[in-house]
Design a protein around this ligand. Structure first.
Ligand code: PLP
Length: 460
């Protein structure tokens, strides 16, 4: 697999320091074997998340200087509105400070106690806001996504047959909103086909259920459609994006992903006469700020207007997805398993395959993440039983369907040589995987979202 050369050159650099192995062992022990507890200066290659960690372009930094910081009616807002009209075809967009803020604004409009929301797969904050609004969240991903070794295109799709069954079972009037997440982050950043987005739209119309796009990685999804779905080969990314958004009623977006900004989010409504716009504005004013800035500064809005166009540049997307696929191809040659094919924003390593002898109660995906740090200063994270936590009723450790160690690749930040460091580190770890006999135990954990703060200890 050939690496697709970067379609940019580098004007501004951030020096990195590489600690010795023994220094890293000390640092991670001091952090209680929690990678979130590390200081970023002690990390060489930071693949903790692709959220807000991308590199802005010279054009974006230039735009920052013309940000209009007026409280109401800033020109930066109107520019962003025009950008969104052009890219998404939506007449009303609402800036918010990040994706979950959009969820907080939107979900109470559709959901209340007794209502359900169904998705191809909820991202964790989206699920949380469904529940905070009183609703219940149901995942409805197609079964192929549940098998990391099955290579299928559009693994992120909604299981539409199952969707209809759930609607009938719960009653259409009790389903407040159907959410399509593109790409399907929780299943590995795998894409959703246009046919599936359209088919789900038909179901929503038939049962009169509002349809929402969770659009954090809309551009990466559009690239997969162009490359892999018949009938879209000759369409531009912009045309594909407009078509994707044309099927839904509303969208929420974390712009920290495909907006290529360090902070920002959007909510959009397709029908400018919709009565939910007033409710969105009211919620935004209460939680985020006046509706022409929504918790962002004028300069953030400017950087986002530019970033959205850069994200739909096909050359950028080819390089972006190509970089992830290059890393995956190196792992293929070493027989290292991951959710395959890789999605757009990272590699989800199958830690249960690497450490079949380590039970879920000793957190194999956290073991692999910690080994990567000790081996080469790489920071990844556990998306497995360690992250899942305990059953709220019994207090017993839950077993996750997957033990993934996620390598999320920030946008435009790392080079081919960095990808090689990651692949080489994994190859070294695989070679001695049998010698890593035991996992970790938790010494202290908070009640919710424990993986951010828990303190661990290696089992002797
Ligand atoms: C990141 C993300 C969110 C939440 O966005 P934040 O900006 O982190 O608040 C929601 N949905 C998906 C699919 C995401 O990837």
């Amino acid at each position: 697999m050939k690496y697709i050369p970067e379609p940019f050159k580098i004007k501004s650099v951030e020096p990195l320091k590489v600690l010795t192995r023994s220094e890293r062992e000390q640092k991670i022990m001091d952090a209680g074997y929690n990678l979130f507890g590390l200081s970023s200066k002690d990390v060489y290659i930071d693949l903790l998340t692709d959220s807000g960690t991308g590199a802005m372009s010279a054009q974006q930094w230039g735009a920052v200087m013309v940000g209009d910081e007026s409280y109401a009616g800033a020109s930066s807002f109107y520019k962003l509105r025009d950008t969104c009209k052009d890219i998404f075809g939506y007449g009303y967009v609402q800036p918010v400070h990040q994706g979950r803020a959009g969820e907080k604004v939107l979900m109470p409009i559709f959901l209340s106690p007794g209502k359900y929301s169904i998705s191809n797969m909820f991202f964790d904050t989206t699920r949380a806001h469904v529940e905070l609004a009183g609703g219940r969240a149901i995942d409805c991903v197609n079964p192929a996504a549940r098998n990391p070794r099955t290579r299928a295109s559009f693994k992120g799709n909604m299981d539409t047959a199952r969707l209809v069954e759930i609607i009938k079972e719960k009653g259409a009037a009790n389903v407040g909103v159907i959410v399509m997440t593109v790409t399907n982050n929780s299943a590995g950043g795998v894409p959703v086909s246009m046919a599936n987005i359209r088919e789900t739209a038909d179901i929503c119309r038939q049962y009169k259920i509002p349809y929402m796009l969770d659009a954090a990685r809309f551009a990466e999804n559009a690239f997969f459609i162009k490359r892999e779905e018949s009938g879209y080969e000759d369409k531009s990314i912009l045309e594909i994006v407009r078509e994707m958004f044309s099927y839904v009623d509303v969208f929420a977006m974390s712009c920290k992903k495909d907006g290529i900004v360090n902070i920002g989010g959007l909510v959009g409504v397709r029908d400018t006469n919709s009565n939910i716009i007033q409710k969105i504005k009211a919620n935004t004013i209460s939680y985020e700020g006046f509706y022409t800035y929504g918790g962002l500064s004028g300069r953030d809005l400017e950087a986002l207007s530019v970033g959205l166009y850069e994200a739909i540049d096909e050359n950028y997307l080819r390089y972006r997805i190509g970089q992830v696929e290059y890393l995956a191809a190196r792992l293929d040659s070493a027989g290292i398993a991951y959710q395959s094919p890789v999605g757009g924003h990272g590699v989800f390593l199958d830690a249960a395959d690497m450490f079949p002898h380590i039970p879920y109660t000793e957190y194999p995906a956290q073991v692999l993440a910690l080994e990567l740090y000790k081996e080469a200063g790489i920071r990844a994270c556990d998306i497995g039983s360690y992250m899942l936590g305990n059953d709220p009723d019994t207090g017993k450790q839950l077993q996750s369907e997957f033990e993934f160690t996620r390598l999320a690749i920030p946008r435009r930040v790392y080079t081919q040589a960095h990808m090689d460091v990651v692949a080489d580190a994994l190859i070294n770890i695989k070679a001695r995987a049998g010698e890593i006999k035991r996992g970790y135990k938790i010494l202290w954990e908070p009640d919710v979202l424990r993986h951010f703060q828990a303190q661990l200890e290696p089992i002797k």
